[in-house]
Design a protein around this ligand. Structure first.
Ligand code: TXA
Ligand code: MG
Length: 329
């Protein structure tokens, strides 16, 4: 798997920011923390760099990327905002919200990054390290989650190097991320559509819109090009089978618990991790991917997961768990 490329790791700071911006300008690939998960950045205008990014992740090129920019003004040079899109951007940027919008006429994002669609996904991250790198670089940075395609998203620099060392130029280590699940993606068409539940809750978005978010068409995934192609069912799968809504534990299973919910035969579990002892969904979201990675290494027969409430961040947590449970084909 190693391409022989030397991947440098730098602690976040002024020197690392300058180096990262320089590597991006030369067409290189730089992983950096955002508040949601670590991203793998490339110059959004450089098709060669983007081709290398798809290759480094093993990502199908029909799965488009999110353009990360410094502020709303920069976003408006890339895409067209209607009234509802503007309201969402003003309420939630910088933050864990991605908007899918019609491309502006002279959209500077390379066609390869948008997979030939006439829409583009944009986000203004809140993490200081991400913001500093984007500002110093001076342009849009496309950044998928910094994992191999099909693996769970990285929430630490160690996760990134576990997947991508030898395949990318630079990793900026800014410590563990805060949110732990990817951004919420809203398609701003005539009626805003929730394309991917994520780090910003449906409730918060609907409060600003003043009406419910629409759901994507049911048959979207079966038609080959899903509305948010990263939502391919197998996307978040660990190697170990995942068993959802477990009310008991089978011998040889690992247990992923939440709060103080009671599980029958929990003494049968080979290992137990609790997403949040106190039943805090934000804490659970922050722990989710790291715990899945850890449990995946324990050679358990399966990972049994207790039921998680569906409100607030629970919607994104349950979405990722369902995808993990489908497994990879
Ligand atoms: O939190 C996040 O969003 C992280 C950090 C690094 O910003 N990024 C991230 O990127 O999760 P990625 O590539 O792993 O997921 C982006 C998702 C994919 O499901 C992709 O299919 C979808 O966004 N997407 C991108 N452009 C799109 C478009 N024009 N229309 C619909 N979906 C799009
Ligand atoms: Mg991803």
């Amino acid at each position: 798997m190693d391409t022989g490329l030397k991947t440098h790791v730098l602690p976040a700071g002024a020197a690392a920011t300058a180096t990262a911006a320089g590597v991006l300008a030369e067409g290189g690939l730089v992983a950096f923390p955002t508040e949601t998960v670590y991203g793998l950045g490339a110059d959004a205008g450089n098709a060669g760099a983007i081709a290398r990014l798809y290759e480094a992740k093993g990502r199908p090129a029909f799965n488009p990327l999110i353009a990360h920019v410094a502020d709303l003004a920069a976003a408006r040079r890339i895409a067209l905002f209607d009234g509802q899109a503007l309201r969402l951007a003003e309420a939630f940027w910088p933050g864990p919200l991605t908007l899918v919008l019609p491309k502006a006429l002279s959209c500077p994002v390379a066609e390869l990054a948008t997979a030939g669609l006439d829409t583009v996904a944009i986000r203004v991250p809140a993490h200081k390290v991400a913001r500093d790198i984007i500002k110093t670089f001076g342009g849009a940075v496309v950044a998928p989650s910094a994992n191999l395609s099909g693996h769970v998203s990285p929430t630490t620099a160690e996760h990134v190097s576990g997947d991508l060392a030898g395949r990318i130029d630079l990793i900026i280590d800014g410590g563990p991320v805060e949110v732990g699940v990817e951004s919420t993606i809203v398609g701003c068409f005539s009626d805003p559509v929730l394309l991917r539940p994520g780090g910003l809750t449906r409730e918060e978005i609907e409060r600003v819109l003043g009406h419910p978010l629409q759901s994507p068409p049911q048959d979207a995934e079966s038609e080959g090009q899903p509305v948010a192609p990263g939502m391919l069912a197998s996307h978040y799968a660990p190697r170990t089978p995942v068993r959802l809504n477990a009310s008991d534990v089978h011998v040889g299973e690992a247990l992923l618990a939440f709060g103080r919910s009671k599980v029958a035969r929990s003494e049968c579990a080979s290992v137990v991790m609790n997403l949040s002892e106190s039943g805090d969904l934000a804490e659970a979201a922050a722990n989710l991917f790291g715990y899945l990675r850890t449990l995946d290494k324990r050679n358990a027969d399966a990972i049994a997961v207790v039921p998680i409430p569906e409100d607030g961040l629970g919607e994104a947590i349950n979405d990722r768990l369902r995808r993990a449970a489908v497994g990879r084909s």
